[in-house]
Design a protein around this ligand. Structure first.
Ligand code: ZN
Length: 669
């Protein structure tokens, strides 16, 4: 039988790919791509012979690899995983080799100097500029010694960030606290106590075993009445990676030094400038202005919340000065006191199938598409559903798969995967995966509110993928800047709390009643509870990230743990203990060579964008198709074919402002 990963046919061959197809097909595609890249030269450079050839060289590999990766995530088995693991390093090495190819860079430069390059349309011009900049950020203009040094820096960063990650894992696993007496867990929900009991039993202990796994830490810090227990867990958690056995402090210092040297070698003032050059923020300084501005606008509410909590704790017989291990505990008491919000009650209104249909109907109203079930597409599992998306004229613009429930051979969480980023008129292909609780008996699958938000979020990514009209694959769909990619997904979440939209799909699964006003009000109040503290925490991480990657100098600033603690303390509702060393387990910044380093600000950045853009819908109609089609044409359809700030400004008529976010969080002055 023919290898389905070698054909380029539609529909995608999901039901026929087997483990034995993976290695030969991917190696054949790699060899073909290699040959095509090798043939690119600076002789008579044209668009077609340079950028066009670069685009074409990887297209078949990319498509086969998307299928292989997707099946590894949703339908894997031991032989399949082994085949995947065999080719994964080869594929990764191939992608990272592209900007290091001298013949390709010479060809791109030669083309950029020809007349044809000056008359390119805006999208192709952007592709040329971005590709050249990308090659330069990977060292294309360095002399041989510089290239060698860059490779050495990247190698050491790879080794050290791996060791950092392993230390965090080992330090987390090295801790356990076994309590004989159930009364020390007073305050914890029964389910968490049962987890602790089962954890002890699994290790052959009697009693209750606490670990530093995130759910355990959260349960203790939120619920445990025993203040000493909270302090023990807090300190253990926030000193992970700072003990002599698993010491990440020197590793962090060295990673920062390597990143500084890398930035300098490539001609940047600091690592934040290197990372943000191709992002919406453009410079580290702009990212910092954003963080500082939002901090200033959050501070009054933050301090008000802190005073309120301190007073509440005193009334409840708590300590006169709150320590970090008291905040979560008294905040939970305050929440119960002020808000009577029951997730289980709300859930009765969110039947999974209706929510999915609801997301489709919202998209149809706003963006002029039509979504219909398609029964003729082969999938990887019988429970997977398949759909076609049509534009206003009835032309097919995308097909997509929905895989909603958990299985043993599928990974956890929810995600959108763009399987084929097409150039119209050929249709895009995407998949939306979730792990909702499946129907039990005659009770349908009912979603928690946060799962409803997740569904809308991932569907937003899917729309961004399927509505792309970009004529160049590398700039199409969701291949946009890191600090812009969450705008289309996060903006969709807004429709989950708007009455007009909710009434299209949120009905009590037994009575068919819409959500009562009082319940919706309670949901909204729960969303803004202590929002100033939540925001300040994120801003603190973002500020520390930028401080480390812009300012920090070991000669001037000294010990990295002390320096980091001092920065974070400005964003903390309490003082921080002297041994606080959160930085030593901050995987977002130090768990991979780049990861979220100098990019943590992007979480808040994207929230500002989505709240601000949603403001137009609020003002002009939550389901107003005129605003919807403008958002589609000016943002969703354009991928990365224009600078993201240009897209935002063309939709809003001005640059982003944080006021809409502050208002949504109940933090507006
Ligand atoms: Zn997302």
């Amino acid at each position: 039988m023919e290898n389905p990963l070698l054909s380029f046919s539609r529909p995608l061959p999901f039901s026929s790919v087997r483990a034995e197809h993976v290695v030969p097909a991917i190696r054949a595609h790699l060899a073909e791509a290699e040959a095509k890249l090798g043939a690119i030269s600076d002789r008579d450079a044209t668009y077609a012979s340079t950028l066009g050839a670069l685009e074409a060289a990887t297209e078949r590999l990319e498509q086969a690899w998307e299928i292989v990766e997707h099946l590894e995530a949703v339908a894997t088995y031991p032989e399949y995983r082994a085949a995947y693991n065999t080719v994964l390093p080869e594929v990764t090495a191939f992608w990272s080799s592209i900007p290091l190819r001298e013949n390709v860079y010479r060809a791109l430069v030669a083309f950029s100097e020809r007349d044809e390059a000056r008359t390119l349309d805006a999208t192709r011009k952007r592709l040329l500029d971005k590709t050249l900049a990308d090659f330069r950020r990977h060292g294309a203009t360095l002399d041989p010694a510089g290239k060698e040094r860059l490779a050495a820096l990247d190698r050491e960063l790879g080794v050290l960030t791996t060791r950092f990650t392993q230390n965090v894992l080992d330090a987390t696993n090295a801790f356990e606290l076994v309590l004989e007496d159930r009364s020390r867990l007073s305050g914890l929900p029964d389910a968490d106590i049962e987890v602790a009991r089962a954890s002890a039993a699994a290790k052959g202990y009697s009693g209750y075993r606490l670990t530093l796994q995130a759910p355990v830490v959260t349960a203790v810090l939120t619920h445990a009445d025993d203040r000493g227990l909270r302090e023990t867990i807090y300190r253990a958690y926030n000193t992970r990676g700072a003990s002599s056995a698993h010491d990440n402090a020197p590793i962090v210092a060295r990673i920062l030094e390597l990143r500084r040297e890398k930035a300098a070698l490539l001609g940047f003032a600091n690592f934040a400038d290197l990372v943000t050059e191709d992002r919406m923020a453009k410079t580290g300084a702009a990212a910092r202005r954003f963080v500082d501005d939002l901090t200033e606008k959050t501070r009054a509410a933050f301090e008000r919340e802190n005073r309120e909590l301190a007073e509440f704790a005193r009334e409840r017989g708590g300590p006169s000065v709150l320590e970090p291990w008291d905040v979560g505990y008294f905040a939970e008491k305050l929440r119960r006191d002020r808000l009577s919000f029951d997730e289980e009650e709300l859930r009765q209104y969110f039947e999974a199938d209706r929510v999915l249909e609801g997301a489709f109907r919202v998209a149809e109203r706003l963006f002029g598409v039509r979504i219909a079930a398609a029964d003729d597409l082969p999938a990887w599992e019988t429970q997977v559903r398949t759909y076609r998306m049509m534009d206003e004229g009835g032309r097919e613009i995308g097909t997509f798969y929905v895989d909603p429930f958990p299985r043993e051979n599928k990974r956890g969480g929810a995600w959108m995967h763009g399987l084929v980023a097409a150039v119209p008129p050929s249709p895009h292909i995407a998949v939306f995966c979730a792990n909702a609780s499946p129907p039990v008996g005659d009770r349908p699958s009912l979603l928690l509110f946060r799962d409803v938000e997740t569904l809308f979020h991932e569907f937003g990514h899917l729309l961004h993928h399927c509505l792309s009209r970009v004529g160049v694959r590398s700039l199409a769909c969701t291949r946009v800047a890191h600090d812009f990619v969450e705008l289309p997904s996060q903006i969709l979440e807004n429709w989950c709390v708007e009455r007009e939209a909710l009434d299209m799909f949120a009905r009590h699964y037994k009575t068919g009643e819409p959500i009562p006003d009082a319940l919706l009000e309670r949901l909204r109040a729960a969303r803004t509870f202590r929002a100033g503290n939540a925001q300040m925490r994120q801003l603190g991480f973002a500020a520390l990230d930028l401080a480390l990657h812009i300012d920090y100098s070991p000669e001037r600033d000294g010990d990295i743990l002390t320096y980091s603690r001092r920065v974070l303390e400005k964003y903390s509702p309490t003082r921080l203990p002297d041994d606080h060393a959160m930085i030593a387990s901050f995987l977002h910044l130090f768990g991979s060579p780049v990861g979220y380093a100098a990019g943590y600000y992007a979480y808040k950045w994207a929230e500002v964008l989505d709240a601000d853009a949603f403001g137009r819908f609020r003002a002009e109609g939550v389901l107003n198709p005129a605003v919807g089609s403008e958002f589609r044409d000016k943002v969703l359809a354009l991928g990365d074919s224009r600078d993201p700030m240009e897209l935002f400004v063309s939709f809003m008529g001005r640059e982003p402002r944080p006021e809409a976010l502050l208002e949504r969080q109940g933090l507006a002055a």
